[in-house]
Design a protein around this ligand. Sequence first.
Ligand code: ADE
Length: 418
Amino acid sequence: MDFDIKDPSLAPKGLDRIEWADQSMPVLRLIRERFEKEKPLKGVRVAACLHVTTETANLARTLKAGGAELRICASNPLSTQDDTAASLVKDFEIPVFAIRGEDNETYYAHLHSALETGPQITMDDGADLVSAILSDKKEFIPGIMGSTEETTTGIIRLRSMAEDKVLRFPVISVNDADTKHLFDNRYGTGQSTLDGIIRATNLLLAGSRFVVVGYGWCGRGVAMRARGMGAHVVVCEVEAVRALEAIMDGFQVMPIGEAAKVGKIFVTLTGNKNVIRREHFEVMLDGAVVANSGHFNVELDIPGLEALSKQKRTVREHLEEYLLPDGRHIYLLAEGRLINLAAAEGHPASVMDMSFANQALSAEYLVKHHGELKPQVYVVPPEIDQEIARLKLSAMGVQIDELTDEQETYMASWAEGT
Ligand code: ADE
């Protein structure tokens, strides 16, 4: 079997951690048990470009149980858990091409290794597989049933491909499922981003001024959790409704140019580029700590920070100190890579359970329905979303009410008023 990982001898540790995560992934486990019997992905070649974590390993097991011929590469050079990759190869016989800390060239070589067998389904977290296929692996296009996409940034890229008419196969936006973004983006990012910042710095959040740039679902989650730890949270936004929402959620809102002067800890979660730029680094307080939790590190103008600084040193793992000419220090976490996966372990398994249940069921849906779909970005069918919510509630032992017949009739009628 073809693979490229750091060290196969790490497999036992990886397996223990994969099984531990699996205990918090009951929905995915149920799907895996059904896939085992029904083999809905039998013989389907799947290339997955995802963060190689214990949670992803449980998705990989599920796809394989469904009969998929799977190859995996990393969706970020710093997020791979090498023990997980080793276990996937040794214990589950799944070809993995991912090494934590790989350089850009290796990252793309791995991406091409995952594509090598001509996938019928691609599974992306950031749209790198789709863009590689559309730019230099066009020969694979006719064989592709479709693709699934995990994250907001990927969806933005894919929607602009569809708009420019360059997208050539259907894509299912897992990110748009309610059982994905309402939980993974909000509670997953909320917890794992703080986890990453704390692991990298061991700073006390209580009483510190904590600047959240971007108030989408991820930003909302981080702001909410930072407040829960006692930070004074400032939100920066470009969109008026979101800014208003942040205010009514009880946060202070101001432009980044102002927040830059008062913040202690900064996190970007916008999906955009150069959100914190040289002009902002120039006015930061001595000791300011800057992190990114968006998909790409372009949210921070790192070249601008480098140009501004006269010296740089590593203080501790994932913590780089930049010395400015006037003696101030700015601290950059995890090279500006997504902090929750670079310095911590990503979202907890319990939320990834729902995200990856959406991935598995969307792959099954593509196999069944690709003939009916156009080269567009589709949302996850609502029946799948609802089913995942029902299964999750049931795994939690939570029961909910049903409408009475009278209520159903009332809701369907326009005749009854006051
Ligand atoms: N994205 C965020 N957290 C993740 C995790 N734990 N596994 C895979 N992808 C993720």
